[in-house]
Design a binder for this molecule. Structure first.
Ligand code: ADP
Length: 440
């Protein structure tokens, strides 16, 4: 960018200089031409003061020293006198425009270019009282020759100016870019205002993205740390059981108990790994999603049937209410959502408790409600249960096979479905979770 601005500035400066030089040359030449005619008129006045032919010819000789040519032409165009050439061999001048004009109006002037283009001849002619015309002429360099002779100094000045503009452009660009470079290095300091207000929206977006990236990196770091930590417990317990068996410290009847401990821990590890993979997939947007029209009631029914076993293990009864109701989305994700909500409603329930799954159609939406008569969630925790690894009662979660990731996955799915989730819970009375899917 610096290089580009630099180049542009130098180019603009060089063009401006060139243009100015050419313009000045032409303006100057125009003035010079006018001055030339004025000078010739001056000589003419001097010549007019001569009283006779002899004086006039003397004056003509003197004018030669100033490179002024004087010619006297009679009415028929014949040259009566010329201070530079023999008038007897000179051609008739009757047709020359300045002479014609002088005979007509009393005064005429003309500029004629020599064949080489290098010279211009300026003529001023005026009629005298004795019906002759006296003409003054002088050579001067043409605009081209003036330009040519001025070329070396012109090029020199041009080079000097270009060098100057390169130096100035260098410093100017540096100053122009400085605020942008300062912004780039101070992206974190949000109060650092940009010097260019045009850049403000751009800077705001970049800052926002920068903050998002940092936040997401921090979240991933925390997540990895949490996952590692969660993996440790079941692995330590597996190693503990294995060591006991290895050292022969396990009685025959203990082995079955230890094996079941190992199996439970391994199952825990598996669930944890599965949940972690699911979340990572969803974070990266890699989860394969097949959008289709799904019968929410049918799927809830299937889920309730699947969960019957687990419910009876926890001495909890399950009930499904409602009618056919449709939502659009990925089947596997809706299954996961139903499973996680029902699983929580069973695990955080009391023996003899109840879980009701209710599907209904509301205005422009399909509604899923999972209601339990369990332990409930204290108000201050309700906002945080969707965070990864956030658990209200850690030991209960772990002892019932929870990973602390279930509701984090639910939240991800809800976003994908464009749905809305509400938690209504009272400690000791139970929890109601309501999901509203838009009909679209
Ligand atoms: P977990 O695997 O620990 O169940 P979740 O993400 O599914 O993790 O839930 C997070 C926390 O929210 C749980 O540890 C639990 O304390 C609380 N919770 C979730 N659902 C319920 C519920 N229906 N009743 C009571 N507490 C719940």
């Amino acid at each position: 960018m610096k290089k580009k601005i630099n180049k542009m500035l130098v180019l603009i400066a060089a063009l401006a200089i060139l243009f100015t030089v050419i313009l000045i040359t032409f303006v100057y030449y125009d003035l010079f031409q006018k001055q030339m005619v004025e000078d010739l008129r001056g000589y003419h006045f001097i010549a007019q003061s001569c009283e006779n032919q002899e004086q006039l010819e003397k004056m003509g000789q003197r004018m030669m020293l100033s490179n002024v040519r004087m010619t006297i032409v009679s009415m028929d165009g014949n040259v009566i006198y010329d201070n530079e050439a023999d008038q007897s061999i000179m051609v008739n001048h009757g047709e020359r425009p300045e002479i014609v004009q002088a005979f007509k109006t009393g005064e005429g002037h003309a500029v004629r270019r020599s064949e080489t283009l290098a010279k211009n001849t300026f003529y001023y002619a005026s009629k005298l009282d004795d019906e002759t015309v006296i003409r003054m002429a002088r050579d001067a360099g043409s605009v081209y020759s003036i330009l040519q002779s001025a070329m070396p100094s012109l090029i020199g000045t041009l080079l000097l100016l270009v060098v100057m503009s390169i130096v100035i452009a260098h410093f100017l660009t540096k100053r122009l870019i400085a605020p942008i470079e300062r912004l780039a290095s101070n992206l974190d300091e949000s109060e650092d205002e940009s010097d260019y207000e045009e850049l403000t929206p751009f800077v705001t977006t970049i800052r926002q993205q920068h903050q998002d990236i940092i936040k997401s990196a921090r979240m991933r770091q925390e997540f990895t740390a949490n996952v590692s930590h969660e993996l440790k417990t079941p692995l330590t317990s597996i190693m503990g059981y294995a060591e006991l068996i290895e050292n022969g410290m396990a009685e025959a009847e203990d082995v079955t108990r230890f094996a079941s401990g190992i199996r439970n821990s391994a199952a825990r590890l598996l669930t944890l790994i599965n949940d972690t993979i699911r979340l990572s997939e969803m974070d990266d947007g890699n989860a394969d999603m097949v959008m289709e029209q799904l019968n929410l009631y049918e799927m809830a029914k299937y889920c309730v049937e699947m969960m019957e076993m687990s419910a009876s293990k926890h001495k909890v009864s399950m009930e499904l209410q409602g009618t056919d109701c449709f939502v659009t989305g990925d089947r596997q994700q809706l299954e996961e959502l139903l499973y996680n909500l029902c699983d929580n409603a069973i695990r955080y329930n009391n023996p003899g408790g109840e879980v009701v799954v209710e599907v209904s159609a509301a205005e422009g939406a399909s509604v899923l409600v999972v209601r339990d008569t369990g332990i409930g969630i204290p108000k201050e925790h309700q906002d945080r249960i969707f965070e990864r690894f956030y658990r209200v009662d850690k030991s209960r979660s772990k002892s019932t096979g929870g990973t602390g990731l279930g509701l984090a996955i639910v939240k991800h799915i809800i976003t994908g479905f464009n749905a809305k989730i509400e938690v209504n819970s009272e400690v000791g009375r139970g929890t109601t979770i309501k999901v509203t899917f838009p009909n679209k």
